[in-house]
Design a protein. Sequence first.
Length: 248
Amino acid sequence: MDYDTYYISASETFDKNRLDGEDEVEEHCSWFAKSLNSNKAYTLLDIGCGTGRYTKSFAEKGILAIGIDKSQQQIEIASRKVPAMHRDALSLPFPDHSFDVISAIMMLQQIDDYGIEGLFDNINTVLRGKGKIWIKTCSKTDLERRPFNEFFPTALSLNDLRYPTIGKLLEIAKSYGFSCLRKTSKCNQYSIVGTDLLSRFREKHNTTLHMLPEKEFEMGVTMMEKQFHPSELYSFQHFHTLLELARL
């Protein structure tokens, strides 16, 4: 998957087109941050930070947060909100033991199993003491529940290959000395007018849509245009899995 090509075209409209709205960002960041001691200052590295929406939410909770992403276009947007650097998550450019927390928000599906193991290698180096890792991802059940799978037949099989199972992820984490402190499944409801929904799909609001064969994508959007009236309000659900890991 050529993610660089996708983000070159999508970065400027990325925040506007995403279906995970600000309410979801705030709720999920609050779930992570509630385990922290309010009397202590924490440093956080948000790897694969994208346009910095989650980094910004963490920073607003008093955490000294910095984001990195390998997309120059995404970092240009993120830098308008938070400290952010154009770097590869598999080659972290920081001194040993620099951070109390590492966050990986909806980015593990963009690296393969070897990359995930490489990521834990790097996290082990820059994470301080019994520091924490915060992960937002999708389980296989989360992926199956995605509301628009019916319009894009190969989307689920593509994502089954991209997303590590929760079991596999925890197995890798354990092999690097991490245990799971907390795990939760989150369901977020969102409402959207038909014309806005269709616009976001036409703009390919996520990487899955970018990966689809163009013919399948066009057919899927055409089916959606027949089903969703531009002026009507529709409600859908988003499902994700949140994990908090820490060194044993």
